[in-house]
Design a protein around this ligand. Structure first.
Ligand SMILES: [Zn+2]
Length: 169
């Protein structure tokens, strides 16, 4: 088997590993997979944590390891989190955004720039006529909103961008 084929197989497996807090949203579609290194039968997966406040990294590490090790040619998979790489909500794939909407979570806005107003479309009816109910959702990464058109409450992911604080100072 070629290395390219092996990488493909690993990516396919990673597309089946869900974030423990987000049913049917894979760690791959959340943009958490940073790199894959294959050394014969050993696989090293480097991942980028999403929101620092989400305490699920141990579960993700275990789930990814177990999933990759189900591949017959893999003997051992090691998962590490790189805190040097910075994850942003732009890393979420189109598939990831579709899955988030199915959970009633509005994906973060695209091409968002800091300081600008952020409109959130309702994940159920796509209406922009929404209001912020509670900035503090069930986790630090989400907010609770309310759709004034279809009258459903929903959650929205806050946009996370690359840290530009050093540019400002
Ligand atoms: Zn709606």
């Amino acid at each position: 088997m070629t290395q390219v084929k092996q990488e493909e197989e690993i990516l396919d497996v990673l597309k089946t590993v869900d974030d423990p807090e987000l049913t049917n949203v894979s760690v791959y579609d959340l943009g958490m997979v940073h790199s894959i290194l294959i050394s014969e039968k050993d696989v090293y997966v480097t991942m980028v944590p999403t929101f620092a406040g989400c305490p699920a990294l141990d579960f993700i590490e275990r789930d990814v390891k177990l999933a990759v090790e189900t591949l017959p040619w893999v003997e051992r998979c090691e998962v590490t989190f790189s805190f040097e790489q910075q994850w942003t909500t732009d890393d979420i794939t189109e598939q990831g955004k579709i899955q988030l909407k199915k959970l009633g979570i509005s994906p973060p806005p695209e091409n968002y720039t800091i300081g600008t107003e952020w409109t959130v479309a309702c994940p159920y009816c796509e209406s922009n006529y929404t209001s912020m109910e509670n900035v503090f959702g069930p986790t630090a990464c989400r907010s609770i909103l309310y759709c004034l058109d279809c009258r459903n409450p929903f959650e929205a992911m806050k946009p996370v961008l690359k840290d530009t604080s050093e540019l400002i100072s």
